[in-house]
Design a protein around this ligand. Structure first.
Ligand SMILES: Cc1ncc(COP(=O)(O)O)c(C=O)c1O
Length: 429
């Protein structure tokens, strides 16, 4: 069936609620290229939204999944044990920050977040959760209650989860405070405790250690350390949502490592299984041991094929020094983007860690410029480069390139990016 007929069928039968950035019908993928049914090759700087960290269809991931499929596709953890989940849990315990050593598997990021919140409430017997303006934690009702990156994600879904309080995520480029640094943002949480909710009622603080969907924002020095100290002082569990930042994206295996902070609970997903659906909640044994059998569960969580694919993904990352290379490529990308910024004042800031880099677009008065982003993304698409936006003002282009990208592909993408910027500026002149 040709693309046009497929799209007609899609329009008739696929729910329109899932936003699709293009009308392209893809058939195959290799490395950092997506190939449409009509044989056109697109350079993919989206990577399935920060999932395909090793590029598309890594042969060792494909082989591991195939081998697992031929032996055992599904039994559900409730039936018993199987090797791929056990080995993967042990491997995650090995690479996770600090003493996080016990794993519960789910399927998606949102599910891991839901589970982490249930775990925190269960263990602390406290109701409240503190989350952040600009945060994105997923689309289930509980995760939506924590998400605050766009009203669109929340509208008409009230009443959401009770007891969720949002504070400002530290956003140095657009801070509401005159004082720079971490202090005013930490003080905000103390104010919350004075005016709104007793810390003794707070089960957890959940934070993305680098804000993802909200604009690829790195918190200032001392913020996450301060949050660690504050939560510990009040017996509040600290949850790091590393669904987007995890597995080398920031140039370290986990973003937590940049800050030397070990959370009590961590959620991971996205890149974990090289493109297969899999997520996990990772916590200290002492916390997980307080969550008794039956208090939580999943039919498909920790799927044998996904776990086998994840093991292969982590093996390749280890062997090929993918995380170190991501840090190197990230430094190169950042310096190239900063050079582009010097030539184009519509770029207000280039920021990020490793290969989690965002470019924020501003009008001459410094206000957000979302129209620039949507037009540049459109122009890039016409040159067969796929980009995705981010930011609460939708004025950030995020570079979610595979960690293993070849320099020539990256340079090609950067050349297209700058050309599109120039075309946009000409259109505005
Ligand atoms: C930080 C973070 N948490 C959770 C999620 C939700 O993940 P999923 O779409 O797999 O449910 C996302 C997805 O973008 C995310 O970036």
């Amino acid at each position: 069936m040709d693309s046009r007929s497929l799209l007609e069928k899609a329009d008739a039968h696929l729910a329109p609620v899932l936003y699709r950035a293009t009308r392209l019908v893809f058939e195959r993928a290799e490395g950092c290229y997506l190939i449409t049914r009509d044989g056109e090759r697109y350079l993919d700087f989206v990577s399935g939204i920060a999932v395909n960290n090793l590029g598309h269809n890594h042969p060792e991931v494909v082989a591991a999944a195939r081998e697992q499929m031929e032996k055992l596709i599904h039994i559900c953890g409730a039936t018993g044990y199987y090797e791929s989940a056990i080995e993967l849990a042990a491997e995650l315990a090995r690479i996770a920050p600090g003493d996080l050593d016990t794993v519960f598997f789910a399927n998606s990021g949102a599910e891991a977040v839901e589970g982490a919140v249930k775990l925190a409430r269960y263990v602390t017997r406290r109701p409240a959760i503190i989350a952040f303006k600009g945060a994105f934690h997923g689309r289930t009702l509980g995760a939506t209650s924590l998400t605050a990156s766009s009203t669109r994600y929340r509208q008409h879904y009230d009443p959401l989860l009770a007891g969720v309080y949002h504070v400002n995520y530290p956003y140095p480029f657009r801070s509401p405070y005159k004082e720079t640094g971490a202090r005013p943002y930490l003080a905000e949480i103390e104010h919350l405790f004075t005016h709104m909710v007793s810390p003794a009622d707070v089960a957890a603080v959940i934070i993305e250690p680098v804000l993802g969907e909200g604009g690829y924002i790195v918190p200032p020095e001392g913020y996450l350390q301060g949050l660690r100290e504050l939560t510990r002082r009040h017996g509040i569990l600290l949850i790091f949502d590393e669904v987007q930042t995890g597995f080398g994206r920031t140039g370290k295996m986990f973003a937590a490592e940049h800050f030397g902070v070990v959370p009590d609970i961590m959620t991971v997903g996205k890149a974990l299984a090289g493109g297969f659906p899999l997520s996990a909640i990772i916590a200290r044994r002492e916390i997980m041991a307080q969550w008794p059998p039956g208090a939580h569960g999943s039919t498909f969580g920790g799927h044998p094929v996904s776990c086998a694919a994840a093991l292969a993904t982590l093996r390749v990352m280890d062997r090929d020094r993918v995380v170190e290379k991501a840090a190197e490529t990230g430094a190169y990308l950042k310096s190239r983007l900063e050079a582009i910024q010097r030539r184009h004042p519509i770029i207000g800031e280039v920021r990020g860690l490793g290969l989690m880099i965002g470019v924020e677009f501003v009008r001459p008065d410094g206000s957000p410029y979302p129209e620039a982003v949507s037009r540049i993304v459109e122009l890039a698409l016409s040159e067969k480069l796929l980009f995705y936006s981010a930011g609460v003002y939708k004025n950030v282009i995020r570079f979610m390139i595979p960690l293993t990208i070849r320099r020539e592909d990256l340079d090609r993408g950067l050349a297209i990016f700058e050309r599109c910027l120039e075309r946009f500026e000409e259109e505005q002149a």
